[in-house]
Write a new protein. Structure first.
Length: 346
């Protein structure tokens, strides 16, 4: 019997297809041909190939080494083919019913290590902490541009990009002049819950998941990793801070190493337990608070929203039903997925 589950934050329904559920082990990826280490010699992201990328925007370096030379630990460069550009006008235009903005924004690539390592799971904890610090530095810098509303830090591991298969661990930063729809859905859902209960829905969710223990994969003093109750994808994971904060840069301050330990743990469980699958990884944080005039949204955002990270292994494909309805179909119950990942030894 199928079961429909409702996401308590944004109200999205997910179908748990239990009668065609598969055992967790059936999701293990066997084809790893995309992670060809032989590409190292021609990798433009490796140390010593700095001239093959655009000039760096930001870097964490040793011994006061010069920009665009060796000696870096994490390096940020503009994307060669940006989807948004800092050097365009932001004047709104109208075409009848249709609103148009030029593609104002930013698109940056964070090279996470000077060594040719493909998966963040294989970086050491200190290196992951440096990547997290870089996310914060770039978000804080982009916030200075008053024309920007939102910054998304994300990564696509083992996923073809522009017909290229990049086998060097990297993330992307994309800044937009408007708030993304998915973020708006989370903001609206968390605001609605706060208006009714005067509490953060994410904080209540954490308390309930800790008490139930069914969907918890990993937990320490500062963070919890769960398979969400209404998972869209098999083995989807959310990493949430136990201490409330709406904004990632502020909420992570002083906890970079603890988050790095958590990410190392869960990413290794995905790698070892599922055969090193491709995955998407996104940091959801509050938008820049630039609202003016009659909008009251800014007044409670700090109290009702809660930053978090979503990790989505690429083990299934969305089809016409999902795209046509907005429903997702998940072929394994979150409780089974969480139980399986808990038992993965790393």
């Amino acid at each position: 019997m199928h079961e429909l589950r409702k996401d308590p934050i944004i109200g999205r329904w997910v179908i748990m297809a239990k009668d065609r559920a598969r055992r967790p082990g059936n999701f293990i990826v066997s084809d790893k041909s995309n992670a060809d280490i032989s590409l190292q010699k021609e990798c433009c992201f490796c140390e010593g190939h700095e001239k093959e990328t655009p000039p760096e925007i930001y870097a964490i370096r040793d011994n006061h080494s010069k920009p665009n030379t060796e000696g870096w630990k994490v390096r940020v460069v503009p994307d060669k083919n940006p989807i948004l550009d800092a050097d365009v006008d932001l004047t709104p235009k109208g075409h009848g019913l249709y609103d148009v903005l030029e593609g104002r924004g930013a698109h940056e690539v964070i090279v996470e290590t000077p060594s040719h390592i493909a998966n963040m799971a294989d970086l050491d904890i200190d290196q992951i902490a440096l990547v997290i610090q870089t996310y914060v530095a770039r978000i804080n810098d982009l916030e200075k541009d008053k024309r920007l509303q939102y910054v998304l830090a994300h990564k696509n591991y083992n996923w073809s990009r522009d017909s290229q298969n990049i086998t060097h661990s990297y993330s992307e930063i994309i800044a937009t002049p408007v708030n993304p729809m998915r973020v708006k859905e989370e903001l609206n859902g968390s605001k609605k819950y706060y208006d009714c209960h005067e509490r953060c829905i994410y904080c209540d969710l954490i308390k309930q998941e800790v008490a139930a223990k069914e969907r918890v994969v990993f937990e320490n003093d500062h963070f919890i990793a769960i398979v969400p109750f209404a998972s869209r994808f098999p083995f989807e994971l959310w990493v949430l801070p136990k201490k409330h904060n709406a904004q990632f840069p502020k909420g992570i301050n002083g906890l970079e190493l603890e988050l790095a330990k958590t990410l190392k743990e869960v990413l290794l469980k995905i790698k070892e337990g599922l055969g090193d699958p491709a995955y998407h990884f996104v940091v959801h944080t509050a938008p820049f608070q630039r609202q003016k005039g009659k909008s009251m949204r800014v007044n409670t955002m700090e109290e009702d929203y809660h930053w978090h990270i979503e990790i989505m292994p690429r083990l299934t494909h969305t089809a016409g039903f999902e795209k046509g309805t907005g429903f997702y179909i998940c072929p394994i119950p979150p409780e089974e997925a969480a139980s399986y990942l808990r038992e993965v030894e790393i």
